[in-house]
Design a protein around this ligand. Sequence first.
Ligand SMILES: Nc1ncnc2c1ncn2[C@@H]1O[C@H](COP(=O)(O)OP(=O)(O)OP(=O)(O)O)[C@@H](O)[C@H]1O
Ligand SMILES: [Mg+2]
Length: 498
Amino acid sequence: MTDRAGKTLGFDPIRTGRHPRIRLLIVDDNRSVLRSLDGVLRDEGCLVDTAASAEEGLRLVDRTRYDAIFLDVWLPGMDGIDALKRIRARRPRQYVIMVSGHGTIETAVQATKLGAYDFIEKPLARDQVLLVLDHALKQKRLETENRSLKDLIRQETVMIGTSVPMQALRQQIEFAAPTEGRVVIYGENGTGKELVARLLHLNSTRREGPFVEVNCAAIPDDLIESELFGSVKGGFTGSTENRKGRFELADGGTLFLDEVADMSLKTQARVLRVLEDQRFYPVGSQRPTEVDARVLAATNKDLEKEIETGRFREDLFFRLNVIPFEVPPLRERREDIPQLLDYFMELLSPHHGKPGKVIPPEVRDRLLRYRWPGNVRELRNMVERWIIMVPGGRVELSDLPRSILDGAGASRPEARSWQEARAAFESDFLTRKLQEYGGNISRTATEIGMERSHLHRKLKAYGISGGASRGKRGGRQQSVVKVPRAPRPFLRPPDKAR
Ligand SMILES: Nc1ncnc2c1ncn2[C@@H]1O[C@H](COP(=O)(O)OP(=O)(O)OP(=O)(O)O)[C@@H](O)[C@H]1O
Ligand SMILES: [Mg+2]
């Protein structure tokens, strides 16, 4: 498609005829307009239907999905405005371009307020028709892409798991999300820290705003400041234009500082200033920029240890760590494994255009006993591999990775002595019982017939604590959230969480 100057426009869906599936409808009672417009659009490779009245046009709209409709304002019988209202009622996202004759331009303008995409005036100029159509199709494509991306994000932002620690985590999210509280999310690799951050955003009042992620470990140290704060033209060698930093991009939304412990001390100092002042200077700029972004952070390191060894600023820790979250490793919530297996099978098989596969009990049994050092990500990757690589409709034991088979299902290395074996058994048994009784130590002690103080000592010796209340990391500023007794469904009711 070309504009008036004959220059080729960026998006060219029609002209080349390589997109023959663009379907258009023209509604006009003037035969010569109908014929010439029809000719122009067919020349561009579009499929075109025509109607000489609004009534006939509406009948076609009921039968066919059009990419865009050219609709005359003045029509005998039902007029263009009425027809527009009815079309929009049937197909709220339908692109309609009003065609106005002499004296109906006011009405055409009014139609755009009723949801028409644009209007063009008679006599129709070929270039103008194509230009407006080009813009409409571009816009439509962007909207469709945007919608499907949002769907994808929402679809993938589901937290599966009904184990006690996951119920506790859900409740923490429910409490913290609508606030402006800063959160640090702790957890091993692949446990779901980023997922928690996204849920905090999606359940906050900022959900319509942006969610901007910064992986502090992945950005080279000499670039991180301009990445975070942006830069002005000439602000540093090689910067040829003004660039917005991630802080500014997150304005009105959430900024997620992932792997926060990997930030250099110098960058930590700058981030601290921003959190204190709520404003910053882009690299090379004398003028401060103000931002309104909620900051969430995540790490797989123990920040207190990092502080002790001088690698993390204590003042920044206190600024960030208002509400500490801990995402438990998968081996501490094994009862979630079957649900996760089914969920990823259902989620990922359509992505690869394949039917889901049956996971038989003997395979599930092995997976339940495995240690999952890579946590949920490891499980997800394994299911994805099965979907692509396993030929039949069923996963066999021989399809399991060596790491799982070699471990003969054991969740820890073979004990070398009676003492070690007993410790392993006690630790597993107490962990499971404590989870079973909602992290309540007194109740667990009664149920298993053990003195409360004795149980307490054992738990301490094995480093076990009740459900989510394991975080010594949170203890520095406040006590962590207790395991809830009566779980409430959140985000996805447990019965549907599969
Ligand atoms: N409870 C869960 N339910 C459903 N999907 C989950 C769950 N936990 C994690 N996932 C999925 O597992 C993958 C890894 O999770 P995520 O990236 O959030 O982990 P992470 O803790 O940030 O990992 P890393 O430390 O390696 O960055 C993602 O695809 C995520 O959607
Ligand atoms: Mg992550």
